[in-house]
Design a protein. Structure first.
Length: 187
């Protein structure tokens, strides 16, 4: 088996491109109701459906999907999707497997993904949508400089009720300014 190409790395994790071998891990996440409650998608997906979707989008330049990898163990998924190369924006999303939540992996992976989006892809804006009750995720996004753009009222129907979501965004210049300030403080 070939060694997966690494995209970005922090002290304890790295992001690497999603490979066909990762589909079983993604399938487990997609079929976990606890995971999918904040993902706004139906929590039950056939493996063949996921495999077909992977084959259809493997060369799609408007999507980048990465496995959050901790020393060879898959702990989550990061996505930059709906990449618009004209307007230089993309939607960011992250999903960490339940057994790895609360260990700092979401923060590390967010940092790596933002760096990839802004410094490698040269995007102007990253945006996301998040359930207004997902306070842990909102805390992480705010920590990295995401600001609320608006509230999408009754946007998703989850477990028998409509849920409001927040749309949040971060601009490249704000990211670069915060990054420069953090580097300056380290000196």
């Amino acid at each position: 088996m070939k060694k997966p190409r690494q995209v970005s790395e922090s002290h304890s994790i790295k992001l690497r491109p999603l490979e066909s071998e990762d589909l079983h891990f993604i399938h487990q996440l997609n079929n976990n109701e606890m995971v999918m409650r904040y993902w706004f998608e139906e929590p039950h997906e056939a493996y063949v459906e996921l495999k077909d979707l992977y084959q259809k989008n493997i060369h799609n330049i408007s999507e980048r999907r990465f496995i959050i990898d901790k020393q060879g163990v898959s702990v989550g998924l990061v996505e930059l999707v709906d990449i618009d190369h004209i307007h230089r924006r993309a939607e960011f999303s992250i999903l960490v497997a339940p057994e790895y939540q609360g260990k700092g992996y979401a923060s590390e992976a967010t940092h790596l993904a933002l760096n990839f989006g802004f410094m490698i892809l040269n995007l102007h804006k990253l945006y996301l949508i998040v359930d207004e009750e997902n306070t842990k995720a909102i805390h992480i996004y705010t920590k990295f400089g995401f600001k609320q753009e608006g509230v999408l009222l009754q946007e998703f129907f989850i477990n028998g009720k409509y849920r409001n979501t927040l749309r949040m965004c971060l601009f490249q210049q704000e990211y670069q300014n915060a990054r420069a300030l953090a580097l300056e403080k380290k000196r």
